[in-house]
Design a protein around this ligand. Structure first.
Ligand SMILES: C[S@@+](CC[C@H](N)C(=O)[O-])C[C@H]1O[C@@H](n2cnc3c(N)ncnc32)[C@H](O)[C@@H]1O
Length: 246
């Protein structure tokens, strides 16, 4: 069973509350990565996008897409949820970009059509990577890049369901992460480091970098409680993969 319909329903249901809670953080300034809003200017993951054809895979309300469109990229924001796409349409500024409803598992684009496919806790967190990564690779042009930020297996393995927080003890089997229940039959996905590498190499991608965003002590996590609060300063909470299609 795939999770497409459950995830679509889930995001339709939570979209309004999610944007109310998180848009002030993720939309505060352009190009902020992840749960700790670390600027791309510090991480150097995306580079210059001027004149590039860019797909955001799971764009949500389009905070990233808007920013890259304003920099002169031709952007398509794809998302599974019509409520999230409606939020993106409502908040789109003068730098316009296209919105498409679809699933990262079955991308509705021709082969070799994008210079950059990217997401920040988007389609590569919410679709099975063994399906979504080959799809992203298929639609990239030669030399095009797939760049994506997801939670780290450390973060997931230390997540204590009962306490609803990330801890300093192992709570889940590293080798059993795979499908993570998000409530109401929705699922997100996580692989081991080895399996992420296998999936990317299997899709013909070259791995250029694995950036481990590290917030300064005291940086708030807008999404999850962590104990201790500076957890992500001490252990890697996220993985920002930078790859290209040779
Ligand atoms: C956490 S948001 C990411 C967007 C933005 N970066 C943010 O942090 O809000 C996750 C997005 O992925 C979308 N999504 C979930 N499953 C998806 C799938 N299979 N394909 C494409 N998008 C999906 C959701 O609708 C949601 O808008």
């Amino acid at each position: 069973m795939d999770s497409i319909s459950a995830n679509r329903q889930f995001w339709n249901q939570i979209s309004s509350a999610y944007q109310h809670e998180h848009d002030p953080q993720i939309g505060a300034t352009p190009r902020l990565w992840g749960m700790y809003s670390i600027p791309d200017a510090h991480l150097h993951a995306l580079g210059d996008v001027t004149g590039k054809r860019v797909l955001e895979l799971g764009c949500g309300a389009g905070q990233w897409s808007s920013a890259l469109a304003a920099e002169g990229a031709t952007v398509v924001g794809l998302d599974l949820s019509e409520a999230q796409l409606a939020a993106a349409a409502r908040t789109m500024g003068s730098a316009r970009y296209s919105l498409v409803q679809g699933a990262a598992e079955h991308l509705p684009f021709a082969a070799d059509s994008f210079d950059l496919v990217f997401c920040d806790f988007g389609g590569l967190s919410w679709a099975p990577p063994h399906l979504a990564v080959p799809q992203a690779a298929r639609i990239l042009r030669r030399g095009g890049r797939l760049v994506f930020n997801v939670a780290s297996p450390w973060f997931e393995a230390c997540y204590d369901e009962a306490a609803s927080r990330v801890t300093t003890t192992l709570q889940q089997d590293y080798f059993g992460l795979n499908t993570i229940a998000e409530g109401d039959d929705a699922s997100s996905y996580q692989l081991t480091y080895g399996d992420w590498i296998k999936v990317m190499r299997g899709a013909g991608l070259v791995i250029d970098d694995l950036i481990e965003p590290r917030p300064d002590p005291g940086t708030a996590n807008g999404y999850n409680e962590t104990d201790p609060p500076d957890w992500a300063h001490r252990w890697p909470a996220e993985m920002l993969w930078v790859t290209h299609k040779p």
